[in-house]
Design a binder for this molecule. Sequence first.
Ligand SMILES: C[S@@+](CC[C@H](N)C(=O)[O-])C[C@H]1O[C@@H](n2cnc3c(N)ncnc32)[C@H](O)[C@@H]1O
Length: 438
Amino acid sequence: MRAWRSLRRAAASSSFSSSPSSSSSSSSPSSFPADGKPRRRAWEASLSPLERVRRLLPPEEAAAVAQCAAAAAPAQACPQEEKEEEVVTAARFPALVEAAGPRPGPFRAGELALAEVRRKHNSTLKLLCRLAASAVLTSPGGVLPHRDIIGQLPGQVLRTSGGARLLLRRPSLEEYVLLMPRGPTISYPKDISAMLMMIDVHPGDTVLETGSGSGALSLFLSRAVGPKGRVLSYEIRDDHHHLAKKNYRHWRSAWEIGHMDEWPDNVEFILKDISTAAADMKSVTLDAVVLDMLNPQCALPVVHPSLKQGGVCAVYLANITQVIDLLDRIRSCKLPFLCERIIEVTHRSWSVLPAKIKNCKSSQMVETQENSEEPPHNEYEEIHIQNQAALKESKYNESLCDAAETNHSVPYVARPAYWQEAHSAFLTKLRKFRPLLS
Ligand SMILES: C[S@@+](CC[C@H](N)C(=O)[O-])C[C@H]1O[C@@H](n2cnc3c(N)ncnc32)[C@H](O)[C@@H]1O
C-alpha cells in the first residue's frame, strides 16, 4: 500500500527530465560507469514508464514497487524491444498507469506534442506540433513522422531520420504560449505569474482583461478562475481578437484529446474598444482587472465602477515613463486607486554542471563535464570567475578523476547561464479604495 502511495506521489510530481529527483538519480553509482566514457542523460535511455517512476522513489519504496509489479505480472516472457515494453506495460498494468497521474495516456492524433532537442551549452531547442497521422516533425537533426509519436507515452526519446534524439512530451501552458502563433507581443509567463499573484485570483472569480492580444494572458486567467469563473477579454483589433480566440480554441481542443478533464470554456472574447464599454460594465462585478494595452489610463474610468471595493487592477507596462503617465492620470482625475507596488520581474538562469579539477601548470583548472551528446564547441575558451579558477569547456572526453569517482564527491561548476532572457516589463498594482466622504 505504501508502495502504491509512493508511486502515485512520485508519478504525479514527475517532470522527470528536470526534477531534482531525477537529477539525484543520475548521480547514483550506476550513472558513473567505471569505463570513464561520457554518461548519457537519464531521459536518453528509453525506460519503461514503470522503471521511470521506480527511479524517482527512495530505494526501499522502489523495491516494494518492483515486487508489486512482479507479483502482478506472473512469469510471462518479457518483451525484448523497449518500444514493445512500453505498450505491454500499459496494457498489463492499466490501473497502475491510471493511478500515476492526470495524463496517463499515450499521444493521440490531434493533441499537441513538444519535442526537445539537446543543443550545446546545456541549452534545449523546443519544437511544438499538433499530431496528425500523415504529418512529419522537422528538426535540425532530421525528420520524425508523427505516426511514430502517436501511441507513445510522453517522456519517450525517439530518433529522427538523421539519428538525432528527441524527447517527446506534452507542452506546459507556459511552453504553449511561448511557441504559439503571435500577433502582438504576449505578456510573458514570468510576468503573468506575478500578475496572478497581484490580483489574488481564485477559482470562481470574474476577471476583466484588455487587450486579448495573442491570448496568452487569457489562457492563464482561464485556468486560474476555473470552470466556475469567467474572463471578459476586450480587444480593439479584429485580427488580434481572432488570433486570441484561435490560440485559445487550439489549446482547449488539444487538451481535451490528451487529458481526462476538460479545459474550461470560460473566456468571452469581446471585439470592442474598452473605452466604449461603459454600458457593458453596468451588469458585472469584477473581482479583478488586468490591463495590457497602450494607454491603460483610458480604461480605468470605464472599468473602475465595476471593480469590487478593495479589488486589484494590475497593469502591464513596457517602460517606466508609461508608469508615470498612468499614476499621473490617476492623480489628476482623482481615480479611486492606490498604487501598492511597481515591480520588474527578472529571472537569471544558471548553469550547474559536473566538473573535474586537474593541475595544469601552476593554476588549478576546472573543467565542466558537459553531459551532452556532442562535445561543446570551443567558444568560451577561458573565462575567469571569482576564485580565479579558469573555466574550460573544451576537453570533454576525459573521465572524472579517480578520487572523485571513489568518494562520489564530484565537483560542480555553477555560474549564470550564457544566454539570459532580456525581456522586461513593469507591473503596477493598483488597489481600488472607497474615498472618505467629506
Ligand atoms: C500587448 S497586446 C496584449 C497581449 C496579451 N496580454 C497576450 O498575452 O497575448 C495589447 C493589445 O491591446 C489591444 N488594445 C489596445 N488598445 C485597446 C483598447 N482601447 N481596447 C481594447 N484593446 C486594446 C491591442 O490591439 C493589442 O492587441
